[in-house]
Design a binder for this molecule. Structure first.
Ligand code: ARG
Length: 406
C-alpha cells in the first residue's frame, strides 16, 4: 500500500523446532501473525518415521521462508543414546527417556541453524504443562543465551479443539482428527503416547495406541533368541554380526517389538509437579539396557556396581529434568566410561510373547569363578576362614546385643 520502493525493513527470523504436527504447524502461521517474524522450520530426523520431505514442504506451504530436515539419527544414537545406555538410564524405574534424550539434541540443532541463518529467536511447540518446554529452553539458554525464546503453544489460549479450528481456518493441513486425539512422540529409542482416553489411569490402553510392538498374545509361538555383544559397555554386534549402533537399535526394535516386548503403562512425575499417565513402547531400549546390566553384573566389582546404581538414578533424573548439557552429566559420564572398560562380552536374550529374559552371559572380563561358586568337587573357596570372618563381621552386633537385648 503506502510502501516506497523496496526499502522495507528486513524482518527478524525465528528458528522453529518443527515436527509437522498440529501445534508446530499452527505455530508457523501464529509466529508470523503475532510476532511478525520470518519462520525457519527445522525438522530433526531422529527416526520418528513419516515422510520428512513432505513435512519440510508442508512448512513452506504454510508460510515458512525456509525449511530444513536435519538427519541426526547417527548423532542421536552415538552421542545421546550411547551414554544413556551405559548409564542404564531409566526414569522412575522404567522409562528409558526417548523423548527426554532427544530434546537437547533438537535444541542444539536449532542453535546451530540460528547461527547459520542469523535468527535471533528460537521457538518450540510445547505447552506450559510438560517437561519438553523445560528441556528445550534450558538447552537453548545453556548453548546460546542470546536467543530469545518463544513458546507459541504456551502463549496462545488454544485448546486442542480450537487449535484444530485455527488450522482449518488458515488452511493448515492437520495430521490428527478430533476422533483420534492421541499425542505421540517417537524416535529410535522409543515411543510415547498421551491424551484421549489414556488420561483415565484405570482404562487399559486399546491396541490402536501401539505401533512398535505387536499384541503379545499375537506374537510368535516360538521364542526368538538374540545374542548381543558389547565392547566397553556398547553393543557392537547381534548374533555375531557387527553393526553400528543405529542399525543395531533398529534390528533390536524389530525383534523385540515383533515378540510383543517393550510396552510400559506408567504414571510418572513430571518436573512441573504433575503426575501424568503415559504409554511407552521401548523394545530396543529395554532389552539393550537389560543385556547391558547383565554384563555389568558379571564384570563389575561389587562396590563399583553398587555405587553405580545410585549414579544411574541421578543420571536418569538429570536427563529427564533437561540438564543434559551440564558439568554434572559430563562428570558422571567420565565415571561411567571408566567403569565400562571391563564391560565386554555377550548376553543371550530370549523373547517370547511379550517377555524378554536373560538366559546366558559370557565375558573375557568375567569375575564369576566357578571354582569359588561351586557346590561340587573342585571347590577352592577358603571355607575354614569363613568362621573367623563371620565372628569379626558380626562383632559389633554381638556387642550391642549383649548390652541391650533381653
Ligand atoms: N513424558 C515423556 C517425557 O517427558 C514424554 C513426553 C512427550 N510425549 C508425547 N506423547 N507428546 O519425556
Amino acid at each position: 500500500m503506502g510502501q516506497v520502493g523496496s526499502s522495507r525493513e528486513p524482518k527478524d527470523r525465528v528458528v522453529l523446532a518443527y515436527s509437522g504436527g498440529l501445534d508446530t504447524s499452527v505455530a508457523i502461521k501464529w509466529l508470523q501473525d503475532n510476532y511478525d517474524l520470518e519462520v525457519i522450520a527445522v525438522a530433526v530426523d531422529i527416526g520418528q518415521g513419516g515422510d520428512l520431505e513432505e513435512i519440510k514442504n508442508k512448512a513452506l506451504r504454510i508460510g515458512a521462508v525456509h525449511s530444513e530436515v536435519v538427519n541426526a539419527k547417527k548423532t542421536f544414537a552415538e552421542k545421546f543414546i550411547a551414554p544413556a545406555l551405559k548409564a542404564n538410564a531409566l526414569y522412575e524405574r522404567n522409562y528409558p527417556l526417548a523423548t527426554a534424550l532427544s530434546r537437547p539434541l533438537i535444541a542444539k540443532v536449532l542453535v546451530e541453524i540460528a547461527q547459520g541463518t542469523g535468527a535471533v529467536y528460537a521457538a518450540h511447540g510445547c505447552t506450559g504443562k510438560g517437561n519438553d518446554q523445560v528441556r528445550f529452553e534450558v538447552t537453548l539458554r545453556a548453548l546460546n543465551p542470546d536467543l530469545t525464546i518463544i513458546a507459541p503453544a504456551r502463549e496462545w489460549d488454544f485448546t486442542r479443539e480450537s487449535a484444530i479450528e485455527y488450522a482449518q481456518k488458515h488452511n493448515i493441513p492437520i495430521p490428527i482428527t478430533k476422533q483420534s486425539p492421541y499425542s505421540i512422540d517417537e524416535n529410535i529409542w522409543g515411543r510415547s503416547v498421551e491424551c484421549g482416553i489414556l488420561e483415565d489411569p484405570w482404562i487399559e490402553p486399546p491396541e490402536d495406541v501401539f505401533a512398535m510392538t505387536v499384541d503379545p498374545s499375537k506374537a510368535p509361538d516360538k521364542p526368538t533368541y538374540l545374542e548381543v555383544t558389547f565392547k566397553e559397555g556398547m553393543p557392537v554386534a547381534i548374533n555375531d554380526e557387527k553393526m553400528d549402533l543405529l542399525t543395531l537399535i533398529g534390528k533390536t526394535n524389530e525383534v523385540a517389538g515383533s515378540n510383543g516386548f517393550g510396552r510400559i503403562d506408567k504414571i510418572e512425575n513430571r518436573l512441573v509437579g504433575i503426575k501424568s499417565r503415559e504409554i511407552y513402547e521401548a523394545p530396543a531400549a529395554l532389552s539393550l539396557i537389560m543385556a547391558h546390566r547383565e554384563l555389568e553384573d558379571i564384570t563389575l566389582e561389587r562396590d563399583l556396581a553398587h555405587l553405580k546404581y545410585g549414579i544411574e538414578q541421578k543420571y536418569a533424573e538429570l536427563v529427564y529434568y533437561g540438564l543434559w548439557f551440564s558439568p554434572l552429566r559430563e562428570s558422571l559420564d567420565a565415571f561411567i566410561n571408566e567403569a565400562q572398560k571391563v564391560v565386554n562380552g555377550t548376553v543371550r536374550l530370549k523373547f517370547y510373547k511379550g517377555s524378554c529374559q536373560v538366559v546366558g552371559r559370557k565375558s573375557p572380563n568375567s569375575l564369576y569363578e566357578r571354582t569359588l561358586a561351586t557346590y561340587e568337587a573342585g571347590d577352592t573357596f577358603a571355607r575354614q576362614a569363613a568362621a573367623g570372618f563371620n565372628k569379626i563381621w558380626g562383632l559389633g552386633l554381638e556387642t550391642w546385643g549383649r548390652k541391650y537385648r533381653k
